[in-house]
Unconditional design. Structure first.
Length: 408
């Protein structure tokens, strides 16, 4: 099986390896639940979403919204309407819908040729105006009359909520979450016929806690997108090897696995994308020494730094002070002699970084967030923290190395 090298790209359904069981569970759960895909950044959530979009099961009609590009609730709502209007069957429903302003129906019938055009969003927003929440709700509720159950796939939804909070304020974000919940629920907390599949690389629980709205997504069934098995991981490597003329004996595969630490598709693709930059490696039997050289010089080199930067940038949601504390904590773990740091040592690092702003509660929230975001794991038997992925530890050590000698 040939596979494309996709560091940062999204696989097509036929390229998605190791997610068959998860996708089966997702479709089964959609019968009675909305779905929240839970995973760290780059674990493959968008690939699963694309599979749902392009390979729908009988009785479902998926539509896709890239949510992170919006920073206003109004524009997100308009985009939900736009992707529905691209479907002929939805347009026919809307034209005959009761309770909609006549100007909205006239606008829809008069701009059929523009539904896929960027300017359409702006025009539709102007027509809907300040009544966007009620008009959009009315339009979406019409979808219950379609034979299939509509599945709204909302990628990077947590980033949308964070964008609204930063652009329009926390109260606007809370109002949006309340509106979004009302869209999903009937009276007595019964789910409506259409469904939502949401996911994103930013931890939604951090955002909900900050907004004091922890209950606004409690109707979602949480499905984890986990690392692959070793067998699935090797299938990806061999598929890439066939495409690019590489020869991976077992010892070379082992050397890659040891450096990444967990079989995460993104980092496999990243590693192989750097191997194929070396013409002398094509066609010959690769060695552990080859893998070490590629890892040290390329994967951890300055040319690949941008692949890792989002892991640092996303810490901004902790706030300026919290971000600095989180960076200091991650640096401490990365630079620990054995890659493990005790909770006491990390609290000391946190306290020195935050100074007068330090508190036990904030420290525990930061540590919980770093675990929820899959940066760190806690060994409860030793009360020590370590990186989930060795490659992430090595990257932090490489670009955020400590200026003080390691304690040993």
């Amino acid at each position: 099986m040939n596979l494309r090298s996709l560091p940062g790209g999204v696989p097509e359904p036929e390229e998605l390896i190791g997610r068959d069981h998860l996708i089966d569970v997702l479709w089964n759960q959609l019968a009675g639940n909305n779905i929240l895909l839970v995973a760290p950044r780059r674990f493959g959530k968008t690939g699963v979403m694309r599979h749902v979009l392009k390979c729908p099961r009988d009785g479902y009609l998926p539509v896709y919204v890239e949510a992170e590009e919006f920073s206003e609730a109004e524009m997100f709502a308009v985009e939900m309407v736009r992707v529905l209007l691209e479907q002929d069957r939805f347009r026919n429903l809307i034209v005959g819908a009761k309770g909609l302003p006549k100007k909205i129906i006239d606008f829809v019938t008069g701009h059929v040729e523009e539904f896929g055009v960027e300017e359409f969003r702006i025009k539709l927003k102007k027509e809907i105006g300040e009544s966007w929440n009620s008009v959009t709700r009315r339009l979406v509720l019409e979808m219950e009359k379609v034979d299939e159950a509509v599945v709204f796939i909302l990628d990077e939804f947590p980033q949308l909520v964070d964008n609204i909070s930063r652009n329009q304020g926390d109260e606007a974000a809370r109002s949006f979450l309340a509106w979004f919940r009302s869209l999903r629920m009937r009276q007595k907390e019964e789910l409506r016929r259409f469904r939502f599949v949401i996911g994103g690389s930013t931890g939604i629980d951090i955002i909900l806690r900050r907004l004091q709205a922890p209950d606004k997504l409690n109707d979602f069934c949480r499905l984890p997108v986990e690392p692959l098995t070793r067998e699935q991981w090797e299938r990806i490597i061999q598929g890439l090897a066939e495409t690019y003329g590489l020869v991976f004996p077992k010892e070379a595969v082992d050397a890659i696995f040891e450096r990444i630490g967990h079989p995460v598709p993104y980092f496999i693709h990243l590693f192989v994308s750097q191997i194929i930059l070396n013409p002398e490696l094509k066609g010959r039997r690769l060695t552990p020494e080859d893998m070490k050289a590629v890892y040290d010089q390329r994967v951890l080199g300055p040319g690949c730094r941008h692949y890792f930067e989002p892991y640092r940038e996303r810490l901004i949601r902790y706030g300026a002070a919290g971000k600095q504390a989180a960076i200091a904590i991650l640096r401490e773990v990365a630079n620990a002699p054995d890659g493990r740091a005790s909770e006491i040592a990390l609290y000391d690092t946190y306290r020195k970084t935050r100074r007068k702003g330090a508190s036990d509660g904030e420290f525990r929230e930061i540590m919980a967030d770093l675990e929820c975001d899959w940066y760190l794991l806690l060994d409860t038997s030793t009360n020590e923290y370590f990186f989930l992925l060795d490659v992430m530890r090595d990257w932090w050590r490489r670009f955020y190395r400590s200026l003080k000698p390691n304690r040993g």
